[in-house]
Design a protein around this ligand. Sequence first.
Ligand code: FES
Length: 240
Amino acid sequence: MVLYTRRISMTMKVWSELSVHRDSVDNNANTPFEFTEANMMRIAALIQNYPVGAQKAAVGACLDIVQRQMGWIPISAMHKVAEILSMPRMRVYEWVSFYTMNKRHFRGQFHIQVCTTTPCMLRGAEEILDAVEQSCCCCAGGLSADGMFGVDIVECQGACVNAPMFVVNDDYYEDVDASDVYNIIQTLRCGGIPPPGPQNGRFAAEPLCGLTSLCGPPPPPGHGLQDALMGMPTCPGSGR
Ligand code: FES
């Protein structure tokens, strides 16, 4: 119940932050932003993927580049993208405010997103969230004092078969328990990169106890047919 209430309030906070822009000292139309030279070359290459006049189709990729360069998307960067792609600023605002993976604020060097949707919740998401908050020294929705970690509660990340899980930047950490969380966060804090994926020894989503089906070569054609149906002609009227 506590987690459910927190999810509701987080969801409302995220949606209001996503859909409403209010000028601040750090985020206004005059916030300095320029793409790096390497990123400008990436954008030029991306635009080439689309027919002449349809360069605005690269808007999502351009905003992803902004986010990888800055760690988030200031409104001045949205304006820059609109200018490069010759599209109305409003269309860029619409894109940014629709997709929740667009970060409208700095969310830390490591943005930690804990899934709390039903399969993860049933598998202990509440305990995982507590462990993340404790080891990052910040509450969900907040940023650690050193700016290293930002923690958010998110909806299903599409890895339910490996629940519970959480995401660090682009990496999924799956089949986790509280001690895995402490180890992963500690490794990040020390400058290491913990191996992503299942943390309980699974390679992917196979049963932890070993294969329970498809254990041998597949049976040949005709497997399981009644005896009376064996040897039926393969072509009508051929007698064969
Ligand atoms: S419910 Fe957590 S990944 Fe789907």
